[in-house]
Design a protein around this ligand. Structure first.
Ligand code: ZN
Length: 64
C-alpha cells in the first residue's frame, strides 16, 4: 500500500540565494555547492543555508 506519502522534512535544505534574503528556497546539493531548486539567482550567487521554512513559490510549486 502506497497511499500515504510522507515528506521527510529533515532532507529539505532551505536557504537564500545572493542578495535576496527574503525568499527562502529549497536548496539542492550540486557538486560542492548548494543551488536553489527553482534556479533563482546567478551562478555566482552564493546560496546560504538557513533553518527556515521554504517560502519560494517556484520551489514549492516544484513539489509533486
Ligand atoms: Zn526558489
Amino acid at each position: 500500500m502506497n497511499g500515504t506519502r510522507i515528506r521527510e522534512q529533515e532532507d529539505v535544505v532551505a536557504g537564500t540565494v545572493g542578495d535576496d534574503v527574503m525568499t527562502v528556497h529549497e536548496l539542492l546539493q550540486v557538486g560542492e555547492t548548494l543551488r536553489p531548486k527553482c534556479g533563482a539567482g546567478k551562478s555566482k550567487d552564493q546560496a546560504v543555508q538557513w533553518l527556515r521554512v521554504v517560502n519560494c513559490p517556484a520551489c514549492l510549486a516544484g513539489e509533486e
